[in-house]
Design a protein around this ligand. Structure first.
Ligand SMILES: [Zn+2]
Length: 252
């Protein structure tokens, strides 16, 4: 059996037996990997701290065919996720990025740009950069890579450019995946009315050349920015992600 070596971020870990864990890794070269780590629950685990949640490690694993779990044979810590010791919010933000990757990516389907985006975001959380900006920049990158980035400039129904309507507000169709003109509003059930400032911010953020250049989320728009992301991502996954409930502070 061939072994694979790659860098990985630990996104989930559950007990498998008294001594073993099932870990879900987001790897650079194999995308999401679910593997058994034998002995990982022992007091003197051969994996030490390399399988802590959100740790980045070098891993060696043996891929198994069909639906069988892969087998993790080695893991060596590159970097711990330290934010949790300082800020509960940063910890939840890190878990949330992991939940996004866990929910939306397929096993053994490599998406290297996403691996790099997650890696970079965890470092920034550790450096105590503004979590609201880090989470949003990751979400936008994530949606772009998966081909689900909402349209904030052109109408999601007809493709015409959309200006703010009455009361200086925009209509955002959650199911439609973007702003809507008044003509395309008919028949849309799940529509949010948003302040002009929110859509202007999204337009700026989605045209940033690098995720680093996504501007700070203005305080007045924070509530609506989270609302759009929550509703849209819940729509894509058919359920509300568990960690979203822990990110309320990003709205303030
Ligand atoms: Zn339209």
């Amino acid at each position: 059996m061939s072994t694979e070596k790659t860098e990985a971020i630990v996104i989930r870990s559950v007990a498998w037996s008294e001594t073993s864990l099932i870990v879900t890794l987001f790897t650079r070269t194999h995308g999401k990997v679910s593997a058994v780590a034998k002995g990982a629950r022992r007091l003197k685990s051969p994996f030490e701290t390399s399988l802590d949640l959100l740790a980045k490690s070098y891993v060696v694993f043996i891929p198994k065919s069909n639906d069988t779990l892969d087998l993790l044979t080695e893991a060596k810590l590159i970097r711990r996720f330290r934010s949790g010791q300082r800020s509960l919010l940063a910890l939840y933000c890190g878990y949330y990025l992991g939940e996004l990757v866990f929910t939306f990516t397929e096993n053994h389907l490599p998406i290297e740009t996403l691996f790099e985006a997650m890696d970079r975001s965890l470092v920034k959380l550790d450096e105590m950069e503004d979590p609201a900006k880090i989470v949003l920049a990751f979400e936008l990158e994530f949606l772009r890579v998966l081909g689900h980035l909402p349209s904030f400039e052109l109408c999601a129904g007809c493709g015409n450019s959309v200006e703010s309507g009455r009361n200086r507000s925009f209509l955002f169709g959650v199911d439609a995946g973007g702003v809507l003109c008044e003509h395309c509003l008919a028949g849309q059930h799940h529509v949010l009315r948003l302040e002009e400032e929110t859509i202007h911010y999204f337009r700026e953020a989605t045209t940033a050349k690098q995720p680093d250049q996504v501007p700070i989320v203005p305080f007045a728009a924070r509530g609506e920015v989270r609302l759009v992301m929550e509703r849209f991502i819940a729509h894509l996954s058919d359920r509300r992600l568990r960690l979203m409930d822990f990110l309320e502070e990003l709205k303030r």
